[in-house]
Design a protein around this ligand. Sequence first.
Ligand code: ASP
Length: 469
Amino acid sequence: MKKLFVEQTIDKIGQEVELYGWVDSKRDHKKIVFIDLRDRTGIVQVVGDEKFKELNSEDVIFIKGIVKQRPEKLVNPKLKTGKIEIQATEVKIISKAKPLPIPVNTDGYEIDEEIRLKYRYLDLRRPRMFNNLLLKSRVTTFIRNYLTQKNFLEIETPILTKTTPEGARDFLVPSRLQKGKFYALPQSPQQYKQLLMVAGIERYFQIARCFRDEDPRRDRAYGEFTQLDLEMSFVDQNDILTLTEDLFTQIVKEIFPDKKIQQSPWPRISHKDAKEKYDSDKPDLRKNKEDKNELAFAWIVDFPLFNEQTESDYFHGSGKAKFAPSHHMFTSPHPDDVKLLDKEPLKVRGLQHDLVLNGYEVGGGSIRIHDPNIQKKVFDLIGFSEEQKKQFSHMLEAFTYGVPPHGGIAPGIDRFLFTVLGEPSIREVMAFPASSGGKTSVMNAPSEASTDQLRELGIKLTTRHSGER
Ligand code: ASP
């Protein structure tokens, strides 16, 4: 294993070091050749002789050499390692690189995104992208430590599952063993996390992948994203908001010390007030929108439990009712409003909470229904047919065996990071996002299935699509 990162050479003056990395650039001064050697921590100048002439940008090399202090006038203040350089005594080319299709020593914004995604493994070599991945890793590690200390259990839930409606279209996966049937990829672990509360776990979290077949936007990648999914038993809404607020405040302090949270505790604004005052349910409350370091968090609460159903709601029932859940169908009505469910459902408030940051909805959650009768009533109000209700009968049944009151939230991790960093698109904080056309980076999925694969699944395509094998 490599022992030393480039950045660690700074305090090795006078010592012999061995380094592995990529040739970032080369400056040929005839008898003396300089290269910048790069690894994930930065670059360092290496001074070599004629043997260095055969090195090209992006070759992977090994060098051995002595760390030398640079004379005062040759110090490069732009580099972390600018006070030193390595006098090479040995160089080996480990693998040669062809000229790259895209530059990797710029910030990359200037390059067409399709090409960046096709060569994502090169695109990620640029320090800006490495730093975004590093920050994401630090954020998830922080979350794990924080929640584990508070007695949460990290639990995985299935990816091959049944529809979990969050208001988007499902991705379906055909079953080979039960031909003609399909799994759905989870839009979130919503039902499983509620079932884990029935199971007595009490405090659950997961860094969960969610799959939604909906059109990409600046703040939404196509197909999949990662959220911190959490659920707790024996809590009220205030407990969930307080815990989440403390967690994200600590994350900002620890990982983004340059950022300033505009107001603490975060303002809690009713949905009605947000609409009236800001004409938005995710208002941008920053006082100075030019300031890159300002973070204006807020909670939006007291949402209506239902909206009027529209054609674009995917869970709409085949029945006659015309209401769609404003959050999802497991959100509890406000206890004071339960009596309105029968007569004036649009007036019922839900125990939903949205986490808003600088004008983006970074997460949402709720206190859940745990009374099977109220859950049935909500199914009726959203117009579920008997057939559709059967799809969720496991929830109703589970709630008959002793269910704790419970609730949770799911802040989007990519969404949070993208907002904090002020990146132009959420794809800038994802390693291998799909392009806006739904093509996956590098591997170019989706692709055709062979006739044999389709036969095994019992699937016959009705139309011949171009490229079908
Ligand atoms: N399942 C919800 C979502 O993905 C979050 C929650 O209600 O906890 O938005």
